[in-house]
Write a protein that binds this ligand. Structure first.
Ligand code: PGA
Ligand code: ZN
Length: 373
């Protein structure tokens, strides 16, 4: 982002665009790049900093992805097949959806500290049926917001509903109720992105009006997993609270997936540490956290080799580009997380998944809770 307070409140992207047009383009002109890895290596070297701070991860990622799109166009193949070749992964299949229903935390007004309560359809084997179920539950929940709070569509960054409830449990209860009222209790489960780093500091969790220790936070998360049958818990603990991550995983392994987003940052070094420390069992993969496809493929490979699951995820700031749907299919993501069933930048990905489904005949595998690792 440009950081210019007089333009789009600092969120403009002209610096990144200028870096593509005036730095990357002239440096690359008249050169040949035989592989994605060679191209990404060129971008990394051109930037020359350890954290891509000169050109910026978004400028670099845009170019990294453009190469994959160009290869797909040259070969006249769908983009997901190009992605598939970059990763050594299981046979192609469709990812299971993980969709924001309610949002709090930084993505909404901060009424409730947890960031997202999500819906995960477990019975359907198609994207089409999964979306139909999600839309029905979203409709029921929006009506509930209307009757309870006199509002319907106060939505957050990623399109989730943001009712002014008293605490986090109330969001889970409302989610469970919406699923039941839609008649889908056997088909759809709840999940959560706690995004705990946003309310943790120095090992203390400022949460729903209380201050909890790491041990108490683990107890709280474990209680939610039991009470609301949560399929997965993302960032339940602060990003550097390693001992409590391990502790939590020990307690819920085999019942609920322990997903690392802020914990791992799609960074191979942090993923290695988490595998070693048994701190998580699922990677939330966000390509722009690391900056190129080649480096994200390495993160994906490490997670797979450790027997982990992988969630291919969008960001709260997104565009209508739909490449992420192809990535989730090409890299056999167990889940895809791109936000709610509203807003064009979210729907673009769901529409692309529907297209891939129709063209490829692929299906979502039957749900089997992963065995404890
Ligand atoms: P972010 O949120 O894109 O704002 O990081 C998404 C998430 O936390 O999963
Ligand atoms: Zn997250």
């Amino acid at each position: 982002r440009d950081g210019d307070p007089h333009r789009h409140n600092g969120l403009g992207c002209r610096t990144a665009v200028a870096n593509v047009e005036s730095v990357i383009h002239p440096a690359a002109t008249d050169q040949g790049f035989p592989t994605q890895a060679a191209w990404d290596q060129f971008l990394i070297a051109l930037d020359g900093t350890p954290n891509k701070s000169r050109l910026g991860a978004n400028a670099i990622l845009g170019c990294s992805l453009a190469f994959a799109r160009a290869v797909a166009a040259r070969d006249r193949r769908p983009l997901y097949e190009t992605f598939c070749e970059l990763a050594s992964n299981p046979p192609l299949r469709l990812p299971r959806l993980s969709v924001n229903l309610f949002s709090g935390g930084k993505h909404a007004g901060g009424q409730v500290p947890i960031q997202d309560v999500l819906l995960v359809p477990v019975s359907p084997t198609t994207i089409d049926d999964s979306l139909t179920m999600i839309c029905e539950i979203y409709r029921v929940a929006a009506e509930w917001c209307h009757t309870s709070f006199g509002m319907r569509l106060l939505t957050a960054d990623e399109g989730g509903l943001s009712p002014p409830v008293a605490n986090s449990e109330a969001l889970f209860e409302a989610g469970r109720e919406a699923i039941a009222n839609a008649g889908l209790s056997r088909d759809v489960r709840l999940a959560v992105d706690v995004a705990a780093s946003h309310f943790e500091s120095a090992g203390e969790y400022r949460f729903d009006g209380r201050v909890l220790s790491g041990d108490k936070m683990v107890e709280r998360l474990q209680r939610w997993v039991g009470e609301f049958d949560l399929l997965s818990v993302e960032d339940g603990l602060g990003q550097d609270d390693w001992p409590h991550w391990t502790h939590f995983r020990e307690r819920v392994s085999g019942r609920s997936l322990v997903i690392g987003d802020d914990l791992l940052c799609t960074n191979p070094a942090r993923i290695r540490r988490a595998i070693e420390a048994r701190a998580a069992d699922t990677l939330l993969l966000k390509v722009n956290q690391i900056g190129t496809l080649t480096e994200a493929a390495e993160a994906n490979r490490l997670a797979r080799e450790a027997g982990w699951s992988v969630v291919i995820s969008a960001r709260s700031g997104e565009t209508e580009d739909d490449w992420l749907a192809d990535l989730a299919v090409g890299w056999s993501g167990d889940f895809i997380k791109v936000g709610s069933v509203t807003q064009s930048e979210r729907l673009a990905k769901y529409n692309r998944l529907l297209e891939i489904e129709r063209e490829s005949g692929l299906t979502i595998p039957a749900w089997n809770a992963p065995a404890p690792l």
